[in-house]
Design a protein around this ligand. Structure first.
Ligand code: SF4
Length: 65
């Protein structure tokens, strides 16, 4: 799995942090950053939940590396 963020779509709502604080952080410019680009185990479910929760569909989950 690979997690990426489209910075042009991210509006800093922080929904991803509330769902998966171990995977995402919010930079000082209010754009989310990916802390764990290749999550394992239960973090994968958190990554998928964060992508579903993002109001601007800025998070992409590639199931294949
Ligand atoms: S939920 Fe989406 S829009 Fe909000 S900070 Fe995370 S990536 Fe950005």
């Amino acid at each position: 799995m690979r997690v990426t963020i489209d910075e042009d779509k991210c509006c800093g709502y922080a929904a991803c942090l509330s769902v998966a604080a171990e995977i995402f952080d919010l930079a000082s410019d209010n754009i989310a950053t990916v802390l764990v680009e290749h999550p394992d185990g239960e973090l994968r479910d958190q990554a998928r939940a964060a992508a579903a929760a993002c109001p601007t569909s800025a998070i992409t989950i590639a199931e294949q590396e």
